[in-house]
Design a protein around this ligand. Structure first.
Ligand SMILES: Cc1cc2nc3c(=O)[nH]c(=O)nc-3n(C[C@H](O)[C@H](O)[C@H](O)COP(=O)(O)OP(=O)(O)OC[C@H]3O[C@@H](n4cnc5c(N)ncnc54)[C@H](O)[C@@H]3O)c2cc1C
Length: 524
């Protein structure tokens, strides 16, 4: 096999595979080098506990990706390659500490009826919020699938919208500012906060205002959309598109060095000293904190290095996977309910207070807010007959006062604490129903995938200092790195983390432009 390709791509998460798929479709020979034994990164489905139990190690829902032009317009023919999405009903079932609950249904009227049990005013406020969001959602979605710095900024697009000035203010406010002003009942406020913090942003932080709308609206529209077969179905389909267009994907190839000749990045070297050269471009999805160590400091320049030095990880995730004989069965009036997307929302005060544990580097000892995902409620084939997969998620700091390694001592106790909270509402999850478990702290998630740097499961914090034109570093948002020939994609670039495909598609647009090709000619 030739070790020179048109494009060499380091890392095989869904974003870099999307970049590879567009470039291969454009006729370029592409080589993808993945550090792990399998492709997919944080879109991974594997037998973590017992044979036949296909857990999503990281992401489970692809609700944002479903709104991407990649999927919606089948720019990449993923449906032909077997990718299929399931839209579970109910959308979500959330419990409150006083034993009450709120179920979200695909039918908005039915969801509003649920909210009205707490407050008629809040049911109407919910309906109004979703209607208002629909009028600006295309602006934010377009920004996600446009390289930062190309075309109109979100600010300019809002300025041209009839309610644009209102939305500029909403964008700058915190999600909590908006939720507390719109809703009167504490359960509904707690429920809205539970959604708003879903992308790991603290809801009281200025600049999170649109998260009061976007996450809940996405769920109301697409539900807890899950790929049939698991999150790994996406990279599997992408990988086949790449190879069917002549691309080559090699696993167990951790890249450790960039090859720089005459000031230009012309290839990469792996930890075993293998060299792979690129005629046109090297594309990285290596976390930028790790990438800067792969070339001499002078190659990056002071401005970029400062941008990387000041880049923050943000909140970390803590994940417990269980193989069980039953799904969580939540007791409701007149029976039981099972749901793919479920959770526990503590009071607003409790949820907002959680931020202090991040600041102090401590693990909360207060009753936890939980996200509980049980994909087998909808996709039974992912476990042996009648069995289930449950994932329980909480957010915690990676940097503990005692050091991140302290996680190895305490993680089992944290998982037990979270499980005890879940059992208050789903008492069927006894020791007898749990067959096996796999517990992953923020430190474990980093060990699993180097791109989860310091537990940054979304590539890094998404505060205003690390968003749009400032991501990953001011002056380098357009995927072009300071070293000519080197491009960056993945969650450290605009629009950031989550399964969106945005960074991957945007990087392909920039690279094709630099190669003198029109991206639009690739569209169906
Ligand atoms: C526990 C958890 C739950 C999540 N849940 C959701 C969810 O339900 N929905 C959602 O939308 N998002 C979720 N996310 C976030 C989302 O999964 C990620 O933001 C997204 O998948 C990142 O994709 P990516 O392609 O940018 O990078 P990654 O998926 O991180 O891929 C990067 C790839 O590069 C490889 N790599 C790194 N360094 C090297 C190197 N030196 N050499 C070669 N290869 C290298 C890695 O092994 C990896 O395969 C979750 C994340 C976590 C951790």
């Amino acid at each position: 096999m030739a070790d020179t390709f048109d494009i060499v791509i380091a890392g095989a998460g869904h974003n870099s595979l999307i970049t590879a798929a567009y470039l291969a479709k454009a006729g370029y020979s592409c080589l993808v080098l993945e550090a792990r034994p399998v492709i997919g990164g944080d879109t991974m489905t594997e037998e973590l506990t017992l044979p036949g139990f296909l857990h999503d190690t990281c992401s489970t829902t692809h609700a944002i990706f479903m709104q991407s032009p990649i999927w919606r317009n089948q720019e990449l023919p993923l449906a032909d390659y077997g990718l299929e999405y399931l839209l579970p009903e109910p959308v979500s079932h959330v419990r409150f500490p006083d034993g009450t609950y709120l179920t979200q249904w695909q039918d908005i009227d039915r969801t509003c009826d649920e909210i009205a049990r707490f407050s008629r005013h809040d049911a109407e406020a919910y309906r109004t919020m979703l209607t208002e969001w629909q009028s600006v959602a295309p602006i934010f979605n377009k920004a996600r699938y446009t390289p930062a710095g190309w075309g109109m900024s979100t600010h300019q697009a809002l300025a041209a919208h009839p309610q644009g000035t209102i939305w500029m203010r909403r964008q700058a406010l915190s999600a909590w500012d908006i939720i507390s002003a719109a809703f009167e009942d504490w359960h509904v406020r707690a429920w809205m906060l539970w959604f708003a913090e879903g992308t790991l942003q603290p809801a009281a932080r200025p600049g999170t205002g649109t998260l009061a709308y976007s996450f809940v609206a996405g769920r109301q529209r697409n539900g807890w959309a899950i790929p049939k077969g698991g999150s790994g179905s996406l990279p599997m389909a992408l990988g086949r598109i790449v190879t069917d267009h002549g691309g080559v994907i090699l696993t167990d190839k951790p890249v450790s060095q960039l090859i720089i000749e005459q000031g230009r990045c012309v290839g990469v070297e792996t930890t075993r000293g293998e060299q792979y050269r690129a005629r046109h471009a090297v594309v990285s999805t290596i976390h930028i904190k790790n990438l800067v160590g792969m070339a001499p400091a002078e190659a990056w320049g002071e401005g970029f290095l400062y941008g990387v030095e000041t880049y923050k990880a943000g909140r970390g995730m803590f994940v417990a996977h269980y193989a069980t004989t039953e799904p969580p069965r939540f007791t409701i009036d007149g029976g039981m309910i099972e749901a793919v997307g479920a959770g526990v929302a503590q009071s607003p005060e409790n949820q907002l207070h959680h931020d202090t544990f991040f600041r102090n580097g401590t693990i909360s000892d207060e009753r936890p807010t939980l996200l509980v995902l049980t994909p087998t409620v909808e996709d039974a084939a992912r476990a042996p007959e009648g069995k289930h997969l449950i994932k329980v998620i909480t957010f915690h700091p990676y940097e503990l006062r005692q050091g991140p390694e302290h996680w190895d001592t305490v993680k089992d106790a944290v998982a037990e604490f979270n499980l005890a909270e879940l059992r208050r509402y789903a008492p069927n999850l006894t020791d007898e129903t749990i067959l096996a478990s796999d517990i992953r702290s923020p430190l474990d998630l980093e060990r699993y995938n180097a791109s989860n740097w310091h537990g940054s499961c979304h590539g890094g914090d998404q505060d205003p200092s690390q968003s749009e034109l400032l991501r990953p570093a001011p002056g380098f948002a357009e995927h072009r790195m300071p070293i000519p020939g080197l491009y960056q994609t993945g969650a450290t670039t605009h629009p950031g983390g989550s399964v969106t495909g945005g960074p991957g598609r945007n990087a392909a647009m920039v690279i094709l432009k630099d190669l003198g090709k029109d991206f639009n000619t690739l569209l169906p």
